[in-house]
Design a protein around this ligand. Structure first.
Ligand code: ATP
Ligand code: MG
Length: 389
């Protein structure tokens, strides 16, 4: 039986005159993401996009797995395609929904009919299909209020569809409709979650990772690339710039006060991330900072690290507790990788008594002992670019 996905668009509906741009973007994203599974016809708008496989060998389970990670879609229904004929609609509903209805006790049928030429009205269609299913599955009880299963029938211009359940979509806005942002991606739990949250709001992501070989191992770098690959399943293609950071850390260690190590280091991260951002047209930085989580994330410390960039710094997890961030990390599939025990450049470089109320003037003065521009340039020249799809 031919199956199709009906993808409901969320907030797009609110976008007024720009709406077609959002819908175009969403259809294009679906097209690119699904390409690896085979050929599809992706069409429709007005709040529903139809994803129709053009080859019967395409796995609909895999198709759902891709679509459920596409931002801009709030709900997905798997539906059987029927002829526009009430007998075929009833028959297909009985066959297609049999596995579900055998396990169900209460149900109702809801119909939407956009083809007003169809000879039956919506309530008549619901009545016919409901009666047919009750005869076929005598254990089923019709129940209008909160039934276990709502069978949906849609009669459209080209086809009719029946479906029996809704899979939650990723929500948010289609990738790229909010511009581009540069994520500072560590191997921890917070930054992948932060990247996902901003991608959900329509940001196309790039990522920068600061790598301190041999303080941190090759496994630590691979872990970050693995995290980026999981993130890319949601955000679409993701380019990670891996920036060598060891030399900068050594310079900081030789020239700065220990209680300021982390802060000076974070300022270098911001400067370099900004430079990578500007090269690829990203108009914001994204970090996984959460207020008060560690010494470098107090209000004063955030002001000191934000002082070196003129791009907006987006910190979507700023007001979240660790538990809340962990919930997101589990949902998006990064948690298990994030907790692998490889050292990160911050962990191997933590001062014994970090400054929690730093002064920006003091930090600027301390940095005069460093060739800031030279260090940034050298790090930029040494970066390695990894493209993930
Ligand atoms: P995470 O915050 O991702 O769990 P973490 O808690 O170890 O990792 P922090 O020391 O809290 O990292 O750093 C705060 C933020 O700074 C991170 O969320 C990330 O955006 C950025 N950051 C830290 N280390 C790195 C790194 N090695 N490369 C890129 N960005 C980094
Ligand atoms: Mg953190």
């Amino acid at each position: 039986m031919k199956e199709i996905l009906l993808c409901k668009c969320g907030e797009l509906v609110l976008k007024g005159l720009n709406r077609h741009k959002f819908e175009d973007r969403l259809r294009r994203t679906l097209y690119w993401r699904l390409k690896k599974l085979g050929e599809f016809r992706i069409h429709g708008c007005q709040s529903t996009i139809y994803v129709e496989p053009l080859d019967p060998a395409i796995s609909m389970d895999e198709t759902v797995e891709v679509c459920r990670r596409v931002f801009g879609i709030v709900a997905i229904s798997r539906a059987a395609v029927c002829e526009k004929d009430i007998d075929d609609i009833c028959k297909k509903a009985g066959e297609y929904l049999a596995p579900l209805l055998r396990e169900t006790r209460t149900f109702k049928v809801e119909t939407r009919r956009s083809d007003k030429q169809f000879p039956l009205t919506s309530p008549q269609i619901s009545g016919e299909v409901g009666g047919y299913l009750s005869d076929l599955f005598p254990h089923l009880k019709p129940q209008m209020d909160a039934p276990q299963v709502t069978v949906k029938v849609e009669v459209r211009e080209e086809y009719a569809f029946v479906s029996g359940g809704v899979i939650p979509g990723a929500g948010g806005l289609p990738t790229g409709t909010s511009g581009r942002g540069m994520l500072l991606l560590s191997g921890g739990i917070d930054s992948p979650a932060a990247g996902w949250m901003m991608a959900k709001r329509g940001l196309e992501l790039g990522a920068v990772h600061f790598f301190s070989y041999p303080y941190t191992s090759m496994e630590a770098k691979q872990k970050v690339l693995d995290l980026a690959a999981v993130l890319a399943q949601w955000s679409g293609k993701l380019t990670v710039s891996v920036v060598p950071f060891t030399h900068i850390q050594n310079e900081i260690r030789s020239h700065c006060r220990e209680d300021y190590f982390t802060l000076v280091m974070r300022r270098f991260m911001m400067r370099i991330a900004q430079r990578v951002a500007k090269r690829c047209g990203a108009k914001a930085l994204v970090t996984g900072e959460s207020l008060g989580q560690v010494a470098s994330q107090t209000m004063d410390a955030l002001a000191v690290s934000g002082d070196v960039t003129d791009l907006p710094v987006l910190r979507p997890v700023i007001g979240m507790d660790k538990e809340e961030i962990v919930r997101i990390a589990r949902h998006i599939g990064t948690f298990e990788t994030s907790i692998l025990p490889y050292e990160d450049c911050c962990t191997v470089f933590t001062p014994r008594h970090p400054k929690t109320r730093p002064h920006v003037e003091e930090v600027r003065e301390m940095e005069q002992a460093l060739d800031v521009e030279g260090l940034v340039r050298r790090a930029m020249e040494g970066r390695e670019v990894v493209k993930l799809r």
